[in-house]
Design a protein around this ligand. Structure first.
Ligand code: FES
Ligand SMILES: [Fe+2]
Length: 367
């Protein structure tokens, strides 16, 4: 039996990798609106304040546990819909309408907040080890840098009945192109993908071979200066794929973030990107590239849906052609993880219970 048959992190439904996860496309959250989602088993709310800033908090009010989805946004704060307590974006309670003294708020445990960023038309939340949020970068294209000015098109949501790590094998399994994506195999014929870990969070999986020795290869030859078919996947936090392919002058770029669900599935969302260009013509060209990227990305994404919805992953008989996937599996094994379902720490819950009861007792005595 292969030593890859049993992994601790890869394909383990009881954990997730600590890092940045997609939540909602930015356009789905208007000003003064609240949306909720279950992120790896943890219920959170995300709201956009009057200033346009986005905040992410645990979903349950420290007072009695009402869900903040039933509340409302006021300026950049959220007000619980049950007894109208107000909480700022830092999670601190700032108003208890039934209490005479404002300083009572100081006794209320804050709601746990989550680091949030908006980029590529998507709202991202850092999940897992909060201490790492400040140093964990949001995934980016290494060749363009984290500050690149990009045009984007937010594509479709996807769902697969297997873990994110398994879904991500799709793009680095050159071996399956022939069987599942026959049109692409004309281009991918002879492709050799190497696995190069760049740091603890990110591994680069890229093609190192030249153009195929067929008619397609001959047509494309003039477009590739160094003769290598550019196909590169940068995998961050074993959950987000940053993909670029195509010749230098026409790179198709995609970001494909995934998050695991409690039932062992994966929710994903495609994003197509290209560097911003100047002027009207630049804008039209960028739109055209994004539209083409959508076609290319969707072709690969749809082709093996049934395979990934029914797979029971276990690499019991790896062969040489699987070495890029094995590199990714090894890198995944070294990730920082958090158990699933992702729950509040015990001390936060205990603190909330004790303080709330003290405040109640005080109220009873003064009545
Ligand atoms: S439960 Fe939120 S204010 Fe009472
Ligand atoms: Fe595929």
């Amino acid at each position: 039996m292969s030593r890859f048959a049993h992994t601790q992190v890869f394909n383990n439904p009881k954990i997730f990798v600590s890092g940045w996860y997609w939540t909602f496309p930015s356009h789905e959250l208007k000003k003064n609106k609240i949306k909720s989602l279950n992120l790896m088993g943890r219920e959170i709310v995300i709201y956009r304040g009057a200033s346009g800033d986005v905040s992410a908090l645990d979903a349950y009010c420290p007072h009695m546990g009402a869900h903040f989805q039933e509340g409302r946004v006021e300026e950049n704060s959220i007000r619980c819909g049950f007894h109208n307590w107000k909480f700022g974006s830092s999670g601190a309670c700032t108003e208890i309408p039934c209490q005479k003294y404002k300083d009572r708020c100081a006794n209320i445990p804050p709601v746990t907040t989550h680091p949030v960023q908006e980029k590529y038309g998507m709202i991202w939340v850092h999940a897992g080890d909060q201490n790492k949020a400040a140093t964990d970068p949001l995934p980016y294209f290494e060749d363009l840098g984290p500050g690149a000015d990009l045009e984007f098109l937010v594509g479709r949501r996807t769902f697969r009945q297997c873990r994110p790590e398994v879904v991500m094998l799709n793009a680095i399994d050159a071996h399956h192109f022939n069987a599942v994506h026959p049109e692409a195999s004309l281009l991918a014929d002879g492709m050799e993908i190497t696995a190069e870990p760049q740091n603890q969070r990110m591994i680069r999986l890229k093609n190192t071979t030249g153009l195929p020795k067929n008619w397609i290869g001959r047509i494309l030859q003039p477009l590739y200066r160094n003769g290598v078919l550019n196909y590169k996947n940068e995998y961050w936090y074993a959950s987000t794929g940053v993909v670029s392919l195509g010749p230098d002058f026409l790179q198709f770029r995609l970001i494909f973030p995934h998050r695991p669900t409690l039932n062992g599935g994966t929710e994903g969302h495609m994003i197509f990107l290209t560097p911003k260009r100047r002027g009207i013509l630049g804008k039209i060209l960028a739109r055209g590239i994004l539209w083409l990227t959508d076609i290319v990305g969707s072709y690969f994404e749809k082709g093996d849906k049934n395979i990934f919805d029914s797979i029971k992953f276990a690499m019991r008989a790896p062969v040489k052609a699987d070495h890029a996937m094995i590199g990714f599996i090894k890198h995944t094994e070294a990730q920082v993880t958090q158990s699933m379902p992702w729950v509040e720490r015990d001390n936060e819950l205990k603190g909330a219970e004790v303080v709330a009861i003290e405040v109640l007792d005080e109220e009873r005595i003064t009545i």
